[in-house]
Design a protein around this ligand. Sequence first.
Ligand code: TXA
Ligand code: MG
Length: 334
Amino acid sequence: MQTAATVATKTRILPAGPAAIADTARTLRAGGLVAFPTETVYGLGADASSGEAVARLYAAKGRPAFNPLIAHVADPATARKLATFNDDAARLAAAFWPGPLTLVLPRATGCPVSELATAGLDSIALRVPAHPVSLDILRAFGGPVVAPSANLSGHVSPTSAHHVAADLQGCIDLIVDGGPSPVGVESTIVACLGEPSLLRPGGLSRADIEAVLGKRLAQAAETNDDAPLAPGMLESHYAPRSRVRLNVASVGKDEALLAFGVPLSGAAVTLNLSADGSLVEAAANLFAHLRSLDSMSHSGIAVMPIPNEGLGEAINDRLIRAAAPRPHNPNQRS
Ligand code: TXA
Ligand code: MG
């Protein structure tokens, strides 16, 4: 497990509102780190053009520097100054920004985002978030803000201010509390470097994207160096300490059950992603339920099958990572 930042800071937690927005913009300008709500998950923001602020951010998360960050901007016009948009990218930006979509594009010459933030790549990941608090912060700050999910590297992403505090209290300057993240899984990442390809399933479904493009998205694994995988997806991420079993048809009496639809009976404890079988509700509950179950005492987490359509693709992607064996993780329960 990664350890948190080396520099201890007093972390303030403020409710979203004009005072918090002004404080956030001031803190970002001073090179500080601020966690704030987006519609997908909470982000940990830093001034994208300050190498020093970005270095502080990597340290606070314990994130390897080869893993690049997403630059968040207030509107598509600002995004266009940072990268080159081909026709597919322009169509996707027009259809889905602001929203839970990140585009990986060729970095524009003169792009002010720190090379450290893009890990020295020729490409840059851009997103215009839809959450009103994110947009207020981006407008008040007036420049690009890099923001990975506001968790320690390798942990489950945070969907509440409380989750952020559990990982990063004392390591960052400010947390803006805007309530639970409504989408609940991270943005979908599409590379538009050649033919568009899906680097990470997320809060916008593949079907919605393909409908706008009028063609299929290539799978990152099928592509070559023109569309590399999102480097952050190569590691074992979303790692609860508990052992996780997927697609279960029965559950042990000492196991915790993560249910979907009508729950199986007999578990030690049950949390339901969505009793109605709604994938939207399930995505919104996923990370909070995983964190809750992981904090309880049981022999492991058993997960019922989730249909692999719509947001189900992102949910299953995160669950498969959560279930991946981590033989070198001393914190994982057997
Ligand atoms: O919903 C989200 O996207 C959240 C909120 C806060 O916006 N952010 C987020 O950031 O999930 P992070 O850093 O946890 O995940 C970003 C992913 C990583 O897997 C990273 O490797 C990938 O994006 N990425 C960033 N720049 C890239 C690039 N130029 N090429 C390929 N992948 C890139
Ligand atoms: Mg992350």
